[in-house]
Design a protein. Structure first.
Length: 488
């Protein structure tokens, strides 16, 4: 896989036309330009909802009438287009409440024509300008790996005095997450996912290694091997590190099940339809890692991605099998469809061996998590309530919602087995909680740990968030890490 920023591609050696597709995981559309003093563009006017009554009174009768005709009352997300005497658009009015967030500008791109636009509201803060730039880029996202997508988008012109590095880096991280999740499983198996992770590591000169197939047994990752052994596309573990060894240790673990049939506990077709997204945790971990490295945060970063496919074959693990783990605990398999927690368990054990200051895992783990909080809110679990509460608060502030759920100790008996140390599945309907308790069994004592059980998919599509792979919780986790460590 190429490591050039302009040529990060997933390449597959195959005679299949689909498998030969090359796709740039990080490429952004060319929709942000530097505005010159003489360039002509249309202003984007961001109007705070509470200030609208005073604002509208100061406008011309023509603009007042146009706002009334379009029923524009400046509610958050409302858009109005004003025209001059020649019938051409001379401004775009965008309503918002409180502050300009990441998705404030996005509804405008569904209504404005092709052309060049600029930020016409003075006094916006740098983070608000960043949100506009990133939001503009997110609104222009199209998954084009296997079809020709439109590249004829409106253009945002910004003064050359504005530093848009952070805004574009965040857009690239979100594109990375969306693209990886959206890729079909025949284009993104364990090898290709591992290559994508190594590509991200190489961009920032991180040290990486990949442990493949039977070497997983040799190096004591029996659960990762046990889950992935049923597939011809062999299991592997990506391990990369970045940053100064004296900095606080932050370790990210991402579930990388590239396709989940359910194994011998086979999923019905309706439940299998979206299982290409079961590597969404790996995508999220890579997205957060990309931003940590792009912003050069003062941490020693480690990323662990177990990449497997949960398939059915004569080698597949079975219900009632008992598997060993890296930690030494044995696990009875009550359900082969509860495979994500198994591969994460070996990684959490490995991560704990060096006692990181912060350990976070990301996974599309349970349907029970969706029942608890729906598609848009990811439940989070932690052995540090203060840390989890802070993450929830930050997530709500930036409209990337996470919700702290209880690690209820009384449910731990539901993951015990009469034949082994643990069971990978119980009968408790609070399956998201029991899954988190299972994972906690592999986290070392004294380590601050957070677990995200996210859906990683936008179900219906919203401005700036098309139907498909979603980065639920990525920005919230980044905000927490920045708050804890950026001042060091």
């Amino acid at each position: 896989m190429s490591t050039s920023l302009k040529k990060q591609s997933v390449k597959r050696k195959s005679s299949s036309k689909i498998a030969k597709q090359e796709f740039d995981l990080l490429a952004l559309p060319d929709v942000i330009i530097t505005q010159t003093p003489k360039s002509k563009s249309t202003p984007l006017c961001f109007i705070e909802s509470e200030q609208f009554p005073d604002w509208i009174q100061k406008q011309s009768i023509s603009i007042q009438n146009q706002c009334e005709t379009q029923k524009f009352t400046c509610k958050p997300g409302q858009i109005a287009l004003t025209q001059n005497n020649e019938g051409k658009i001379d401004s775009v009015l965008i309503g918002y409440s409180g502050k300009v967030t990441l998705y404030t500008v996005c509804p405008a791109l569904d209504k404005i024509p092709k052309g060049v636009f600029h930020i016409g509201t003075p006094g916006l803060k740098q983070h608000e300008i960043d949100n506009i730039v990133t939001g503009w880029l997110l609104s222009c996202y199209r998954f084009t790996a296997f079809k020709t997508g439109s590249t004829d988008f409106p253009i945002l012109a910004i003064p050359k005095t504005i530093n848009d590095t952070r805004a574009k880096s965040l857009a690239q991280a979100i594109y990375l997450v969306r693209n990886l999740i959206n890729l079909p499983p025949n284009a993104l198996g364990p090898q290709a996912l591992a290559e994508a992770a190594v590509m991200v590591a190489t961009l920032f000169k991180a040290k990486s290694r990949v442990i493949v197939d039977t070497d997983l047994i040799t190096e004591n990752f029996p659960l990762i091997f046990g889950v992935g052994d049923g597939s011809e596309r062999r299991p592997r573990l990506v391990d990369f590190t970045w940053g100064h060894t004296k900095n606080p240790k932050v370790t990210l673990v991402g579930k990388g099940v590239c396709f989940d049939t359910g194994g011998y506990d086979l999923k019905p077709s309706t439940a299998m339809a979206l299982q290409k997204k079961d590597m969404g945790g790996a995508a999220m971990a890579l997205g957060v890692a990309y931003m940590i490295m792009a912003l050069d945060l003062p941490v020693r970063l480690r990323v662990l991605i177990p990449a497997v496919e949960n398939s059915v074959s004569g080698r597949s693990y079975r219900p009632s099998d008992i598997l060993h783990s890296r930690k030494g605990l044995t696990v009875e398999i009550n359900n082969t469809d509860a495979e994500g927690r198994l591969i994460l368990a070996d990684c959490l054990t490995l991560a704990s061996e060096e006692s990181p200051d912060l350990l976070i895992d990301f996974s599309t783990l349970t349907g029970a998590g969706r029942v608890a909080t729906g598609y848009e809110i990811a439940p989070i679990y932690s052995n540090n309530d203060d840390l989890a509460h802070r993450l929830q608060t930050l997530s709500l502030q930036i409209n990337d919602p996470l919700w702290h759920m209880p690690l209820w100790e009384n449910y731990r008996s539901d993951i015990l087995s009469p034949n082994a140390d643990l069971s990978n599945s119980g009968n408790n309907p609070a399956g998201s909680i029991t899954a988190a308790l299972f994972l906690q069994s592999f986290v070392g004592n004294g380590i601050d740990w957070i677990h995200l059980d996210h859906y990683a998919w936008e179900m219906t599509g919203k401005p700036g968030r098309p139907k498909g792979g979603a980065d639920t919780g990525m920005r919230a986790v980044l905000s927490l890490i920045e708050e804890k460590y950026s001042h060091l």
